[in-house]
Design a binder for this molecule. Structure first.
Ligand SMILES: Nc1nc2c(ncn2[C@@H]2O[C@H](COP(=O)(O)OP(=O)(O)O)[C@@H](O)[C@H]2O)c(=O)[nH]1
Ligand SMILES: [Mg+2]
Length: 346
């Protein structure tokens, strides 16, 4: 696919303006403005010309194809998150972006998954053996015009099971998905906040002594070790090929962040710890309590302190993002725009 650098009104104005400036500068043009002003005008127009040419060069240097690997345990919320990204863009909540899906499989899956989510049912677990990549054309805004490129978002496949979770770190680099992911331009590691141990709040009382999910601390240790191992395998593959990975954008995405803003009960109805091995309906979309969310986020980052520090020290472009497919802030899903702005080329 040839890079598209469409001629916009901005370019036309730039060329005409610069031509005008040159004519004024060349022929004196005292009949247009006093000589003292001509230098200033030429300077400004020269500045515009430099800005325009560099913007054009930058736009040309954007990759024409770009891929993002989503990596995480089964039921972490990956497929729902990817579907929500499209939904946010299509609902016009991320105005600067445009997504145009490519290919029958992407179009069919997205539309059927969106209909499922709208009906309040959970998505079927992703059963593709190798990988499923959502392919779409993306428009990103640039100075003086937009730029389109082809984006692939790889959805990590796999059926849910505890043994899978335990073997994840050892196993991931042997999968066909990993072979694809290793060439990706950006990486999103997804952590399920439903499985983080949190203090129980009963009848309005809460105590840090008690914890909700008995295997929650195992989950923190398991996923931290597994994601660290996955990152190390990715790094190793890059180094073997003499390529750098440290400059690629990496996100540690805490999915289902809506649960952090809600009090924890022993038997949460939605997205519970028991969802290892099962699926629960997505809670209805509603505005989140910002204060509760901030507290929950701090708790989650502290709980995953080791992993956060490790990835932060390894990757030059690392961010922690809290995302949810149903929790809203100002009418938009929390974290989705932030996630996209970090992983897509700017
Ligand atoms: N509370 C809550 N539950 C979610 C969210 N996203 C997904 N879930 C639930 O988590 C389960 C697994 O989601 P899915 O996207 O299929 O996970 P995947 O296996 O990582 O692709 C489903 O039961 C969803 O209803 C979310 O943002 N909030
Ligand atoms: Mg899935």
């Amino acid at each position: 696919m040839k890079p598209e650098t469409p001629v916009t009104w901005g370019h036309v104005v730039l060329v005409l303006g610069t031509a005008f400036g040159l004519v004024v500068g060349w022929f004196g043009g005292e009949w247009l403005m006093p000589k003292s002003m001509q230098g200033m005008v030429l300077g400004v127009l020269g500045g515009f010309l430099v800005a325009g040419v560099s913007s054009w060069l930058l736009r040309r240097s954007l990759p024409e194809a770009y891929s993002v690997a989503i990596i995480g345990f089964p039921t972490a919320g990956k497929t729902t998150l990817i579907t929500s990204m499209f939904d946010e863009v299509w609902k016009g909540r991320i105005r600067r972006l445009s997504f145009k899906p490519l290919g029958e499989s992407t179009i069919d899956r997205l539309n059927s998954d969106l209909a499922t989510l709208k009906s309040g049912k959970p998505l079927e677990p992703t059963t593709d053996q190798d990988k499923f990549a959502y392919t779409t054309r993306v428009r990103v805004p640039r100075f003086l015009g937009n730029r389109w490129f082809k984006l692939e978002i790889g959805d990590f496949p796999g059926q849910d099971s505890r043994s899978f979770a335990k073997e994840f770190g050892k196993w991931i680099h042997k999968t066909p998905y990993f072979k694809w992911a290793v060439t990706a331009d950006a990486f999103v590691f997804v952590v399920d906040v439903a499985k983080i141990p949190r203090p129980i709040i009963k009848d309005g009382e809460g105590g840090p002594g008690d914890e909700v999910n008995t295997d929650g601390s195992n989950y923190v240790a398991e996923i931290s070790a597994s994601l660290r191992a996955a990152w190390q395998h990715l790094t190793e593959h890059h180094e073997e090929r003499g390529r750098g990975i440290s400059r690629k954008p990496v996100v540690l995405a805490f999915a289902k962040a809506d649960l952090l803003a809600a009090p924890v009960t022993n038997n949460p109805e939605y997205g519970s710890a028991d969802s290892v091995g099962g699926v629960a309906p997505l809670p209805p979309a509603e505005e989140l309590d910002a204060e509760e969310l901030a507290k929950g986020q701090q708790y989650a980052v502290e709980t995953f302190d080791d992993l956060v520090r490790y990835l932060d020290s390894e990757c030059r472009r690392f961010r922690v993002v809290f995302v949810t497919s149903c929790g809203l802030h100002g009418g938009a899903r929390v974290g989705v725009e932030k996630l996209l702005s970090w992983i897509l080329p700017r």
